[in-house]
Write a protein that binds this ligand. Structure first.
Ligand code: XMP
Length: 527
């Protein structure tokens, strides 16, 4: 993409180490992009990078299928910094040697500096770093000197200042490395002479200019889902081209209480964006009638979405572009999936949109190089409210996969009310933690929380009458990426309030249970 003034390229040697490094560079307000480790030197040079970082990776440099790189990258005259595998491959490509260490080094290690170092300048003689390796450099390439060591690792960092080549066996990008940020800053600002100019305001100006140039006087449509990615895309594209953008909001009737109203209010009243609100609730209700299998629900809901969307899109005249909220991890991951493990062929997944026969729109994906937290920061800078920017993850199939068994209007009504209570109470719990810790995602804040309606009834007693009604299951998890999750150890008084309110306020519910299973072995959702 990008007509960035400054660019740091991270060559990714696998297992998404590159993503973390790119994020750390961006945290320091310098733009960075990830490229596959084996990108040819010409391709890298064509992007005119100001610096290159070689990431870590899980392999051993001497393994048969070890990720490789083009050695001519070292001849480009661009400053290069390698971490872990990045240090080892730098050593090997430049004539040094790497060997097995007698014992591996995993986790915290005590590092001692040795001699002058531009990279470690200003950091203490002894410091704690984070290591994860079995192999280490055993023979330096010509022109390099050792700049630090640990008891296990004789070359914990090395550099050749004349050629502007630097490397560490440890991981400066990991928070446990006490001076990791200073080390990265030394590289970017002192060694490479870069400036911390990549700020959200500059990014917005630049993106707005790019969108205007690409779109010209043409019209654009966008499918709003209520989620943060499509909302930020809408706000950004609207900032660039105003009323040339029309948003289509397909209301499948499976959203949470208050969400359709919130989307409509924010986009029509606050942003004044032309919005087509498609009421597809009945259509979805018919589609889901009798469907009990979770995957069949997903397929039906997903397939119908694009059908409804394109029916509306075709009613609008002369639209050339479809704006999508694709974000950087979608691109990196769809690239990674096409190869075996390493994030090679980084390609967009354009072909996933099921354009109907004879229908085509060109795509614009202005967030395709942003990480999720950057998308949120962009949203805030564009004036979107916290209720959208910090919306917790919500599955595309919506409440349908939180109703076990058949979805009916009666069950949807019960779940929606119970879910609103869970969210209200846990929003307040999170807000209180945020206030106390100053961190939006502090260790014990809930990451995702909701109600589930199982397909059973149980006996209860209310007043002097027996009841035979539905239970609600409360699910609340702590997580950072949904890959793993811990059930949230909520205080009893919070649980008691949720339970008390649900049975008192939601007709048809006489019992509340709390799901105390982590992922794995359970999943976050029940279907
Ligand atoms: P699980 O249940 O697999 O969920 O632990 C992990 C995360 O993914 C979300 N999720 C979905 N998101 N379509 C989506 O867009 C889906 O079909 C879907 N299923 C699960 C879930 O909410 C959690 O954040």
């Amino acid at each position: 993409m990008a007509t960035q003034d400054q660019l740091v390229i991270v060559l990714d040697f696998g297992a998404q180490y590159g993503q973390l490094i790119a994020r750390r560079v961006r945290d320091l307000h310098v733009y960075s992009e990830i490229m596959p480790c084996d990108a040819p030197a010409e391709e890298i040079a064509a992007k005119h990078p100001d610096a290159i970082i070689l990431s870590g990776g899980p392999a051993s440099v001497y393994a048969d299928d070890a990720p490789d790189m083009d050695a001519r990258v070292f001849e480009l005259g661009v400053p290069i910094l390698g971490f872990c595998y990045g240090q080892q491959i730098m050593a090997v490509k430049l004539g040094g040697k790497v060997s097995h260490t007698e014992v591996g080094e995993y986790g915290h290690a005590d590092l001692t500096r040795a001699g002058d170092s531009r990279l470690l300048a200003g950091t203490p003689e002894s410091q704690v770093v984070w290591m994860s390796h079995r192999d280490a450099v055993s023979e330096l390439p010509a022109g390099f000197s050792v700049t630090s060591r640990t008891d296990v690792c004789p070359v914990a960092s090395m550099e050749c200042a004349e050629r502007n080549l630097y490397a560490t066996q440890f991981h400066p990008e990991v928070r446990h490395t006490a001076y990791g940020k200073d080390i990265l800053s030394n590289f970017l600002f002192t060694i490479c002479g870069l400036k911390p100019t990549w700020t959200m305001d500059n990014v917005i100006d630049q993106k707005v200019a790019e969108i205007r140039e690409k779109v010209g006087g043409e019209k654009v449509i966008l499918a709003l889902s209520g989620g943060v990615d499509s909302a930020v895309t809408a706000a950004l594209v609207h900032r660039a081209i105003g009323d040339q953008l029309t948003c289509v909001f397909v209301n499948h009737g499976l959203l949470r209480k208050g969400e359709p109203e919130s989307v409509e209010r924010v986009f029509t009243q606050q942003f004044n964006i032309p919005l087509v609100h498609v009421h597809a609730e009945d259509r979805y209700a018919r589609l889901l009638a009798g469907t009990t299998d979770p995957e069949q629900k997903r397929r039906r809901i997903g397939g119908e979405f694009w059908k409804v969307f394109f029916e509306e899109a075709q009613k609008l005249d002369g639209v050339k572009y479809l704006a999508q909220g694709t974000i950087y991890p979608d691109i990196i991951e769809s690239g990674a999936r096409k190869t075996s493990g390493k994030a090679s062929t980084i390609k967009s997944h354009h072909n996933l949109i099921p354009f109907p026969e004879g229908v085509h729109f060109d795509l614009i994906e202005p967030l395709d190089h942003f990480f999720k937290d950057e998308v949120r920061a962009l949203g805030t800078a564009l004036g979107l409210p916290d209720e959208i920017v910090y919306r917790q993850p919500f599955p595309g199939p919506g409440l349908a996969i939180r109703i076990i068994g058949e979805v009916t209007p009666e069950k949807l009504g019960i779940l929606r009310e119970a879910d609103a209570i869970v969210r209200e109470e846990l929003d307040a719990y999170n807000a209180e933690l945020f206030e106390r810790t100053g961190e939006r995602n502090s260790a014990h804040s809930c990451w995702q929380y909701f109600a589930v309606l199982p397909d059973i009834k149980s006996v209860g007693v209310m007043g002097d009458e027996r009841t035979y009604q539905r239970p609600i299951i409360v699910r609340a998890v702590e997580s950072s990426d949904a890959m793993t999750a811990d059930w949230a150890k909520l205080p009893y008084d919070v649980l008691a309030r949720i339970s008390g309110r649900i049975v008192a306020e939601v007709p048809g519910v006489n019992r509340v249970a709390y799901d105390i299973t982590s992922k794995p072995p359970a999943t976050i959702e029940w279907e």
